[in-house]
Design a protein around this ligand. Structure first.
Ligand SMILES: Nc1nc2c(ncn2[C@@H]2O[C@H](COP(=O)(O)OP(=O)(O)OP(=O)(O)O)[C@@H](O)[C@H]2O)c(=O)[nH]1
Length: 448
């Protein structure tokens, strides 16, 4: 099945480009370290998911690019074309002359309805090119105006137009400081709206990825390109083909459906986080060796101690024994709804993942057997001989969510900047509804 990616705003377009680049360089690489047959089937499966074939033989990304200003889209299109390995469909983009000025309401209430038909026509065309449509993957930030506001609007339109297709929204969480003053409003509005129409939200926090670039990748002057490459690597480690547990010898044909089935057992809980291990500069890879038990031990501790990277993990955090209700849980313990581990590379079939099946990792109302899934492939990913990714539906985002909602609420209480939103039709009651939605999400995750 194929996935149509919708890239929205500056952030969505820049990350989307990096994702397709990563997928393509992974399948074109000669470092698969597996049998020829396995490699071919991996290659074909990736192509089916993310690219269509043109007469010229250059893969064309199954993507629609949307922004309200032309600069980033034209850069993105030409960078892809210059790569020579893949490109975008030159017809599958929509842009205007002026952005949304970091105003969610402008994106949602003005640009959205005004350009709905043109954008949805592009999406429809892309969907029709898929032999079998597996769903939509949108990429956007939640702090600007276009990605966030127009992105929330487009997600609603996708839900209406494709009621039975899966929708996964990839969302960039803004830096905690130093960005636009209204970012907390935009974030609250985005998250609460996506929560209504999306199947799941996969979140990357800019602060976290920035830290990974500094501490694990040893990058001194960190640019968005560096940050986006780490994000793209993490996304690729989830979306490249893998064998599901009961899926026979072929690669999973329904990547979004399988992901939702593994991770979203209840519509109240749809926040997904992603961690991976190892992560290091390319030139260090040749000098490093990893053992599966070591990687798995670190990944599990990253999960339960809510560490977003392998450095600085708190090893004191332990699961409660016996499993207990949230009120008695040890401090800092990150309780999960569901986890999916994806292993790639050498000897994956012999890896013991029993430590992820421990019932004390999970909320008590789900059967731990159903709460944990593993996908595997002997095909190495992106030059890493062995690598593991963990997608988790857990309490990982509680603190940042609580903080963003709190800050937005304080601004709202003093009515700061509200007029910028009301002038585009977003009223105070709309804000109140959004706060209520997110307070409910916080409360549900808190009580796991
Ligand atoms: N990781 C990452 N974050 C980005 C990138 N570009 C912008 N951001 C973040 O996105 C947020 C701003 O959103 P943008 O995508 O720039 O804005 P937009 O959606 O184009 O909206 P307008 O500029 O209002 O039209 C901030 O939190 C930035 O830190 C990027 O390439 N990568």
């Amino acid at each position: 099945m194929s996935i149509v990616t919708v890239q929205l705003g500056q952030c969505g377009n820049q990350i989307g480009h990096e994702v397709f680049n990563t997928l393509c360089s992974d399948i074109c690489g000669t470092h698969g370290l597996c049998s020829k047959k396995e490699n071919e089937s991996y290659h074909d499966s990736c192509k089916e998911r993310f690219f269509c074939e043109e007469e010229s033989g250059v893969p064309v990304a199954r993507a629609v690019l949307v922004d309200m200003e032309p600069k980033v889209i034209s850069q993105t299109l030409s960078m892809a074309a210059r790569s020579g390995h893949w490109k975008y469909n030159s017809q599958a983009h929509f842009c205007q002359k002026q952005g949304s000025g970091n105003n969610w309401a402008n994106g949602y209430s003005v640009h959205g309805p005004r350009h709905k038909e043109a954008i949805m026509n592009l999406v429809q065309k892309e969907a029709e090119k898929c032999d079998r449509l597996g769903g939509f993957f949108t990429i956007m930030s939640m702090a600007g105006g276009t990605g966030s506001g127009l992105g929330a609007f487009v997600t609603q339109c996708l839900r209406d137009a494709f009621p039975t297709s899966f929708i996964l929204n990839h969302v960039i969480w803004p830096y905690g400081t130093g960005e636009v003053i209204v970012q907390n409003y935009n974030s609250v509005l985005t998250l609460s709206h996506l929560y209504q129409s999306s199947d799941a939200l996969l979140v990357h926090e800019n602060d976290v990825i920035h830290k990974i670039c500094a501490q694990l990748m040893n990058i001194k002057q960190i640019s968005f390109r560096d940050v986006n490459q780490v994000i793209a690597h993490q996304l690729g480690s989830v979306f490249q083909p893998a064998h599901t547990a009961g899926g026979g010898s072929g690669y999973s044909r329904n990547p979004l459906g399988d992901l939702m089935e593994a991770l979203v057992p209840h519509p109240e809980f749809k926040m997904l986080g992603l961690r991976n291990i190892p992560q290091m500069p390319e030139n260090s890879l040749a000098y490093s060796t990893f053992s599966w038990p070591g990687l798995i031990k670190h990944l599990r501790q990253m999960l339960i101690a809510n560490a977003k990277m392998e450095e600085g993990i708190d090893w004191q955090v332990r699961p409660p024994h016996p499993p207990m209700p949230s009120t008695n849980k040890p401090l800092h313990f990150n309780t999960s709804i569901a986890n999916l581990v994806i292993l790639r590379g050498k000897d994956v079939h012999a890896v013991d993942l029993g430590s992820f099946q421990d019932p004390s990792l999970y909320t008590s109302w789900l059967n731990p057997q159903d709460a944990f899934n593993a996908w595997k492939t002997p095909r190495a990913f992106n030059k890493y001989e062995k690598s593991a990714a963990l997608v988790s539906n857990s309490q990982f985002l509680l603190k940042p969510l609580d903080s963003i909602v709190g800050k937005a609420w304080n601004m709202f209480a003093s009515k700061a900047y509200i007029h910028q939103y009301t002038k585009f039709g977003i009223q105070e009651e709309d804000f109140l509804d959004c706060f209520t939605t997110l307070e409910q999400v916080i409360s549900s995750y808190t009580n796991l």
